[in-house]
Design a protein around this ligand. Structure first.
Ligand code: ME8
Length: 593
């Protein structure tokens, strides 16, 4: 057999302090208007994760994708009621050869395997606080209707034809591979077998008559779409990669398999001898969720943000937009791409026995703790390595010590005996820096802190928009450090409430620190919802005061009334985040030998 051609189709074929502050007044208002910023333009938003294969239990990589989508969606909802029209879908991908084979290996029917593993995903996402509005399973009847309708549209537009496909197929990755992407791996008996160069999964040679999609027609439309939408694929390096792929040949794509070979899937309408290719089936899930083919889907499409791992970029950035364009629809608005988690430097895999179970991690580190860890440490642009010491170290230092310690310092009865939000004294902390006078107590660094926290909501929003959530958390963490520095500098525990000289300044120090904490709590809601709730409740911030649209930081500094001043703090409910005991939380040690 000639194996040089991959796809053969036969047939029909540092400003000064003053300038920082000059800049700062208006920002006070702009942070308030964050919610209204682009209401009219994109009031609806639809976030999706990949739908996950049910051949194995979920791992931390799957949870990471869902958390990224969850944080984006929660941040979006926080912008205010006018942007509350969000949808967020996740689900399980249940058809295809991979599932058919996994069920046979497990001695189960495909339906039994799908029910069992899909349930694991649903439980995990519920435990992890994934605020999805939809969970789709591709074995649902509504999905079959959507896929068959979509197929019919492609067919009616002349984009499907019958031809013979001959080439490599990787069942694990459910994809066709060109010869250049296949290599040989030595087998246990000195023989060798062909595997995918990228994933290392075995491939097999396939030759059969299939339906073929005229993908090659879409090279230029895809290039035009990407060139005129430079933010379509974020972060930028992935956008660039896709454009590079499009410079290469784009052969037509086989979009069905013989039913005798693949029975576990959706039949081609009008031709039961063929089953629809699992990737075409899976991608249409994004339409099924929003009601396709009923017209209602149009109010959500294409206001869509797909969150995906880099392993499935080609399917989402080339095949999917081409299918959509072929069906007369727009490509999705944004595709957010992230890299992978490795474990102690190795790829996570069942055969290496190093798969990290996310449910165990949620139990050990708490839901908020583990959410914070994955989102704070996960960097979309490159792979991140997981090991337990890293989790314990990060959570103890940033959540328990820095943030929890700060809250404790400002609310402890010893320092804040009235348990209120004390008054801010404008003579101790005048809005103009550099003033001198007997009662002026604020120092230059204090103005820097105020400026940093005032600009934080906008900075965080920009990081979310660029899909750099870890940078948003880094910025929050840096402000928490600055606020601790502020408290340390002015040592409120050395000031005396009884002294008429100390009292206004003591109140001001606590007021500023509590205002900073209120901003941190508000901004942390998308990442650590329960911890943020605990923090904001302790500060006495009501549910209606937690939106980004309401986030007027330190209004007294600008001569505006502060609704919190004089308000009683909420009840004390214990440590914000109890320190973790390193020795009791090890799952995966670094440098395991
Ligand atoms: O590809 N680190 O499903 P899948 C981070 N069903 N994320 C990871 C990861 C890791 N080590 N491993 C997996 C499929 N992921 C198809 C998708 S969508 C229409 C069909 C995440 O179960 C990441 O999001 O193999 C990756 O893209 C996805 O899980 C693949 O999940």
């Amino acid at each position: 057999m000639l194996r040089t051609s991959v796809l053969r189709l036969v047939g029909r074929t540092g400003a000064s302090r003053l300038s920082v502050l000059e800049d700062f007044g208006p920002r006070y208002y702009s942070s308030g208007s964050l919610g209204a910023r682009d209401d009219a333009r994109d009031a609806r938003a639809y976030f999706t994760t990949p739908i996950f294969y049910v051949n194995a239990a979920p791992h931390i990589g799957h949870l990471y994708s869902a958390l990224l989508a969850d944080a984006l969606c929660r941040h979006r909802r926080l912008r205010g009621p006018s942007t509350a029209a969000t949808r967020f879908s996740t689900g399980t991908d249940e058809h295809g050869l991979k599932i058919q084979q996994a069920a046979a290996t497990a001695g189960l029917t495909p339906t039994e395997l799908c029910d069992r593993v899909s349930e694991h995903f649903q439980q995990l996402f519920q435990e992890a606080g994934i605020s999805c509005t939809d969970f789709i399973r591709t074995t649902e009847a509504r999905h079959r209707v959507a896929v068959q309708h979509f197929w019919g549209v492609l067919k009616s537009r002349g984009l499907l034809y019958k031809g013979v496909y001959e080439g490599w197929y990787c069942a694990s990755d459910e994809c066709f591979l060109p010869e250049a992407k296949v290599t040989r791996q030595p087998g246990p008996l000195g023989d060798s077998f062909p595997v995918s160069l990228e994933s290392g999964h075995p491939v097999s040679w396939t030759k059969e008559e299939n339906y073929i999609f005229r993908l090659s027609q879409f090279r230029e439309p895809l290039q035009r779409w990407l060139r005129s939408n430079p933010q379509a694929i974020t972060p930028e390096p992935f956008h660039h990669v896709v454009l590079q792929w499009l410079d290469e040949e784009l052969p037509d794509l086989s979009v069905s398999r013989r039913s005798s070979h693949l029975h576990w899937g959706i039949p081609v309408p009008g031709d039961d001898s063929q089953t629809i290719y699992v990737w075409l089936d899976a991608l249409v899930n994004y339409l099924t969720v929003i009601g396709y083919p009923n017209a209602e889907f149009k109010s959500w499409w294409p206001a869509t943000s797909h969150i995906i791992g880099k392993d499935i970029l080609k399917f989402h950035a080339i095949y999917w937009p081409a299918f959509l364009l072929g069906a007369g629809m727009s490509p999705p608005q944004r595709i957010y791409v992230h890299s992978h988690w490795t474990v102690c430097g190795q790829k996570m895999s069942k055969s290496l026995g190093n798969v990290v179970d996310p449910r165990t991690c949620l139990n050990r580190y708490t839901v908020d703790g583990f959410r914070y860890f994955l989102l704070r440490q996960g960097v979309p642009n490159w792979d991140c390595d997981y090991y337990d010491e890293k989790v314990v170290k990060l959570l103890n230092s940033e959540l328990a010590d820095a943030l929890g310690g700060l809250l404790n310092r400002c609310t402890a009865k010893r320092i804040n005996p009235s348990e209120t939000y004390p008054a801010f004294c404008t003579t101790c902390f005048p809005s103009e820096p550099g003033l001198v006078g007997p009662s002026v107590r604020a120092q230059a660094e204090d103005y820097v802190l105020v400026s940093s926290v005032a600009t934080l909501p906008k900075q965080v929003a920009d990081h979310y928009d660029n899909f750099q959530i870890y940078k948003a958390l880094e910025a929050v963490s840096s402000c928490v450090r600055q606020t601790n520095g502020f408290v340390q500098r002015h040592a409120p525990w050395k000031l005396n409430w009884e002294s008429p000289v100390d009292a206004p300044w003591l109140g001001t120090v606590l007021h500023v620190a509590l205002e900073c904490l209120r901003v941190f709590g508000t901004l942390l809601q998308p990442v650590t919802p329960s911890l943020a709730d605990k923090l904001l409740s302790r500060l006495g911030v009501s549910a209606s005061e937690r939106n980004l649209g309401e986030l007027y930081f330190l209004p007294r500094f600008y001569g505006h009334p502060c609704p919190f001043e004089g308000r009683r703090l909420g009840p004390e409910t214990g440590l914000l985040f109890p320190r973790l005991d390193q020795s009791r939380t090890w799952l995966v040690k670094a440098h395991r030998t």
